[in-house]
Design a protein around this ligand. Structure first.
Ligand SMILES: Nc1ncnc2c1ncn2[C@@H]1O[C@H](COP(=O)(O)OP(=O)(O)OP(=O)(O)O)[C@@H](O)[C@H]1O
Ligand SMILES: [Mg+2]
Length: 249
């Protein structure tokens, strides 16, 4: 049984192929980290998976009920308070005002956003608080699938770790499946059950590695060793720190 299946996905922008023949399946409750070199098509793939972009080739099967999405930048509406931003997806589906506020407050509590901050506008929140609000907005619909596109790249190390812990905890408590895009192998090994590596040129998934243990239960030392061994001993990971300048031509 799968929550999400991507079969033979291909896509091109202005006639230039960015993804070809990508196959990936995510099981219910499973967190899959998708890593790959900059520019290899990760954001395009996650948007196809979430139904934001229609792929030119292939098929997407979504067997989950509700999805949430967290982007690299928080993408909050500047004219709405934190609580109204978090409640917005509920407004879109017609949940009454009182109920949406209550559910938004509960979602905010899950990402440790203080009640004091909920009345603030995005401009008055710190970067970490904004990203928390963005995660709460994804969780407010009680999703059983969440897409993350490099949500913590802009945060400093300590904050990044706290946010990863929040995601691990929410994924465990709410039992959602996730496709989590990241450049950061430490993050991937902390958060995921499995890592899929997208080919350098988006030509399919180059390979997958199932991670030992359970997210949230792994020791830092083991995470570090696992990443070192991927980078030094596993050919699958040799291109993941490459940059995409040559493809800008
Ligand atoms: N809307 C667009 N129009 C034209 N080309 C695009 C568009 N979006 C992305 N591309 C190109 O498609 C390729 C893949 O982009 P994508 O954003 O999916 O890569 P990525 O793996 O997410 O990169 P990064 O790791 O830097 O976020 C890049 O070469 C990019 O320039
Ligand atoms: Mg991207």
């Amino acid at each position: 049984m799968t929550a999400l299946t991507l079969a033979g996905i291909g896509h091109a922008y202005l006639g230039r192929t960015v993804l070809d023949n990508v196959e990936l399946a995510v099981a219910p409750g499973e967190v899959v980290a998708l890593v790959g070199a900059s520019g290899c098509g990760k954001s395009t793939l996650v948007q196809i998976a979430a139904g934001i972009i229609e792929p030119m080739r292939g098929r997407t099967v979504r067997s989950y009920a509700r999805q949430g999405m967290v982007f690299q930048e928080p993408r909050l509406m500047p004219w709405a308070t934190a609580v109204d931003n978090i409640a917005y997806p509920l407004k879109l589906v017609g949940v009454p005002y009182g109920e949406r506020r209550g559910r938004a407050r509960a979602a905010a509590a899950r990402v440790a956003l203080a009640a004091d901050d909920l009345g603030k506008f995005p401009v008055a929140l710190s970067g970490g608080m904004r990203q928390r609000a963005a995660i709460a907005r994804a969780l407010v619909v009680e999703p059983d699938f969440v897409f993350f596109d490099e949500p913590f790249t802009a945060l400093d190390q300590a904050l990044k770790r706290r946010m990863q812990d929040l995601v691990i905890e929410a994924a465990t408590m709410q039992a959602f499946a996730a496709l989590f895009i990241t450049h950061d192998l430490i993050e991937a090994v902390r958060i995921a059950h499995r890592i899929a590596v997208l080919d350098l040129n988006g030509r399919g998934v180059a390979g997958e590695r199932t991670l030992p243990g359970v997210p949230g239960m792994r020791q830092d030392r083991d995470i570090f060793d696992e990443v070192q061994s991927f980078l030094h001993d596993d050919p699958l990971f040799c291109h993941i720190n490459d940059v995409d300048e040559r493809r800008e031509a």
